[in-house]
Design a binder for this molecule. Structure first.
Ligand code: ADP
Ligand code: ASP
Ligand code: MG
Length: 439
């Protein structure tokens, strides 16, 4: 059974929902379909939560009422029969009354998670009702019954695998199985989520759990482009990526994929295909285990990076220095992205600034610490094994006019990373496009 995930834009209006339903029922084969909230809804739910954190229930109520009206209009357009219009309107009434109930209670991060979950709950119910109205044999699974994270807030894959397979075995014979992306329960059974953009992660976890033939991520662009189309002109779709290449691009900022969603697909050996809902016949991008030798595939950028340089004459000929430095980051649950060492110092980058002050205070015991904020990692991805001569010089040459603070090469066979100022990101990405892809 294939798993198909449709993002916010793909279910962003009544017409788009109808298009998605046509797409998923075209061949009559059974499918697991993962849906995001309608585009803009999760942002609006975040806005509502912000008002409630700031103890402004009137502000929250206003936005809830506007959002409700928007959804009521969609209902009118989506359903043909009075029966399904009424059924969905009364579902929406319950949903929005539920949202309004949060304006009367003490608001914490637990309540925020409950509010954020409603976008996907609403979109999946609306699409399920539409499919039923069209006579399609369909069933809605609540992701809260099988998507769970563990005590480290990582997906509990064994649990997910057991529960989703149980659900399917208990409900045979349906054509379309629908579920929510993004939402889950945590190790304590509370409602939680897989972070923004997390519906991709849901789809890949389910695809891996079902040992699916293919996981399809349907979005608003014709696959992974060779550079960020939001920043650079003349980007092109990449037709094929190795799992590792896609994982690096996602982690280092290619928004088309959730940062960690490729891992489960890679471990299960399930190919992932990126497709365009607005142009379903476009070939998109296939992500699998194949390597195209000697080819640079794409560039991505990750913003808001902090670089930390620790210099110490004590490091000279000392063993154990790096361990002590890394232990400090570990003790603050802060992961390091880039590392660069010399005989008298080490530079690292992090993107989680929550414990920056404490980390700096601890590092100062070992030497002089220099911090630069507002940095950007630019990551060049492809078959960059060291035997492939010339790629280091080619990529460095592309950035000849841009100050580069750090370079990381040789950590994997798929990546060269450069650390530049965020203000130089656009110039750097454009320079890579001009040198690597458009020349
Ligand atoms: P969805 O709501 O379907 O999950 P997203 O907005 O999360 O869609 O991801 C698709 C968007 O990712 C595209 O519209 C595009 O602007 C952006 N994007 C950023 N980098 C890339 C890239 N390298 N290739 C394709 N799209 C990218
Ligand atoms: N609706 C969630 C978000 O906007 C999850 C997703 O769309 O992937 O982040
Ligand atoms: Mg997304």
């Amino acid at each position: 059974m294939i798993v198909m995930k449709f993002g916010g834009t793909s279910v962003g209006s009544a017409q788009r929902m109808k298009d998605v339903c046509r797409l998923i029922t075209a061949d009559g084969k059974a499918k697991m379909v993962v849906l995001s909230a309608m585009s803009g809804t999760t942002n609006t739910l975040v806005e509502i939560s912000d008002y409630l954190y700031k103890k402004n229930p009137e502000g929250a109520n206003n936005i809830i009422n506007q959002l409700e009206q928007k959804y009521r209009n969609h209902v009118d357009e989506l359903y043909a029969t009075e029966e399904y219009k009424q059924k969905t309107l009364s579902f929406l009434k319950e949903e929005f009354d539920y949202l309004r109930s949060f304006t009367k209670i003490l608001f914490t991060s637990f309540e925020e998670k409950m509010i954020l979950a409603q976008g996907e709950i609403i979109s999946t119910n609306m699409v399920t009702n539409y499919l039923k109205e069209c006579g399609v044999k369909t069933i809605l699974f609540s992701a809260l019954d099988f998507m769970r994270t563990d005590k480290n807030a990582e997906p509990d894959f064994n649990y997910i695998k057991e529960k989703v397979n149980e659900q399917l075995s208990a409900n045979p014979g349906y054509e379309i199985y629908i579920t929510q992306g993004f939402i889950c329960r945590n190790a304590y059974g509370e409602i939680d989520n897989l972070l923004r953009g997390g519906s991709d992660y849901t789809a890949c976890l389910i695809g891996a759990a079902l040992k699916s033939e293919e996981i399809q991520i349907w979005t608003d662009i014709d696959g992974m482009h060779n550079n960020d189309p939001r920043v650079v002109e003349h980007t092109e779709p990449v037709r094929q990526l190795h799992f590792e290449e896609a994982a690096e691009l996602a982690y280092f900022g290619a928004k088309i994929l959730h940062p960690t969603c490729i891992q489960p697909a890679k471990f299960a050996g399930v190919p992932v295909r990126l497709l365009n809902t607005m142009d379903p016949s476009a070939p998109g991008t296939i992500i699998n285990n194949e390597i195209q030798h000697g080819k640079i595939k794409a560039v991505a950028a990750k913003d808001n990076i902090v670089s930390i340089q620790i210099q110490s004459s004590r490091m000279l000929l000392a063993y154990g220095f790096l361990r002590k430095v890394f232990e400090i980051f570990e003790s603050y649950k802060t992961s390091i992205d880039m590392v660069s060492t010399s005989e008298v110092g080490v530079s690292v980058t992090i993107d989680n600034k929550s414990y920056l002050k404490d980390i700096i205070a601890d590092l100062m015991k070992y030497g002089t610490v220099t911090v630069n904020e507002n940095m950007c990692i630019i990551c060049v991805v492809g078959d960059l094994a060291w035997e492939n001569v010339g790629f280091e010089s080619l990529t460095a040459q592309a950035l000849k006019d841009i100050p580069v603070q750090m370079i990381s090469y040789g950590g994997s066979n798929h990546n060269i990373s450069f650390l530049v100022k965020m203000e130089d990101k656009k110039r750097a990405l454009q320079a890579f496009s001009d040198t690597l892809f458009n020349s």
